[in-house]
Design a protein around this ligand. Structure first.
Ligand code: FVH
Length: 309
């Protein structure tokens, strides 16, 4: 905030929060609209099931009766619905003339191809398009710890950053290619599910000894920061294409993987997930990489399927 002072007169020159339209008021869209309202943005909302807007309207939002009316209400339009089919179901029928000159920030999840197709669709209507990926739950929207990554035209990103910062403390810009945020998002949900599945496997294992998930989690959480610490060094190996076994060889990991499969099977716990991990490592070892560091497994992830035997 900047303040001009002349004698005892103070003129607040901070720009007023810009008007925003939010289309899609599911769990996430509702949280987005609520955060914009809290930050003082004049907020227009639309949802296919109109009743989901009631609480927001009571809190000061303006209800739009149609997607076209919502788009007409603000230069910045934020959409967050189930998927791209849902997005196009209500935006395609809107008169292109009404879309022209607006910026659409699409926080709907999808593939990079869907994001790029939507960028081309938007360009055909004179609509500026930023694609976004929310890296948070609805409860965290509007807090400093939340990140929403964005890609698309830089000037549009810069222009709308103040409003976007009402939603997330961090809004990393990933580049001009609108497909990038979806690509990152898919990569990140893969990391999330791998972590969650490993944790579930662990909870099932220790559960056979009567250990609660909470007890297990308290101990497991102590080891996780160390794993995160490995990543920058491992990333350097991937980026340089050299995989020295600085901490352990892949073969050492494979012995441990065999123990995990054996432990699971002998305790009657599902062993599919550890068996999958081991099969990838076994293939890398069969290709001659057993003596290298763990990140050499990147080669198994880069190819679409197993090599023929
Ligand atoms: N919730 C989360 O934690 C995650 C965090 C990371 C990113 N996602 C993505 O956000 C998108 C929306 O997720 P959501 O949690 O808000 O989902 P729902 O609560 O199920 O709400 C869905 C909204 O989509 C509307 N909708 C669906 N189909 C249509 C359609 N054909 N036409 C118009 N609107 C449609 C739905 O409307 P209604 O059922 O209430 O009428 C909701 O507004 C999603 O991409 C996540 O991956 C959230």
């Amino acid at each position: 905030m900047t303040t001009d002072t002349h004698a005892d007169t103070h003129i607040d020159t901070a720009p007023a929060p810009a008007p925003v339209a939010v289309l899609g008021l599911g769990l996430m869209g509702h949280a987005l609209a609520a955060a914009l309202l809290r930050a003082g943005h004049p907020t227009t909302v639309w949802n296919r099931t109109a009743a989901k807007a009631d609480g927001l309207v009571a809190a000061g939002a303006v209800r739009a009766e149609t997607p076209a009316a919502a788009v007409a209400a603000a230069p910045l339009v934020i959409a967050c619905v189930t998927d791209y089919d849902a997005l196009h179901a209500f935006l395609d029928p809107v008169d292109p003339a009404a879309l022209g000159g607006r910026t659409l920030v699409n926080l709907t999840s999808g593939t990079s191809a869907q994001a790029r197709d939507t960028a081309a669709w938007a360009a055909g209507r004179g609509l500026t398009y930023l694609d976004g990926a929310i890296m948070a739950t609805p409860q965290a929207i509007g807090t400093a710890e939340t990140a929403i990554a964005l890609s698309g035209p830089r000037d549009a990103y810069d222009r709308h950053t103040p409003a976007l910062r009402s939603l997330a403390g961090d809004t990393p810009y990933l580049g001009a290619d609108q497909g990038l945020t979806s690509l990152y998002e898919m990569a990140m949900v893969g990391v999330m599910w791998s972590l969650l599945n490993g944790w579930l496997q662990g909870a099932a294992l220790v559960g056979t000894a009567g250990v609660s998930a909470a007890e297990f989690t308290a101990v497991a959480a102590k080891g996780l920061p160390a794993v995160l610490d490995w990543l920058p060094g491992y990333a350097k190996q991937i980026d340089t294409g050299t995989f020295p076994p600085d901490d352990a060889t892949l073969d050492t990991h494979r012995v441990s993987m065999a123990h995990l499969v054996q432990e699971s099977e002998s305790l009657g716990v599902n062993a599919e997930f550890p068996a999958l991990i081991k099969s990838l490592a076994d293939r890398a070892a069969a290709a001659g990489h057993g003596g290298e560091g763990y990140p050499v497994m990147i080669e198994e992830f880069r190819r679409p399927a197993a090599r023929p035997a």
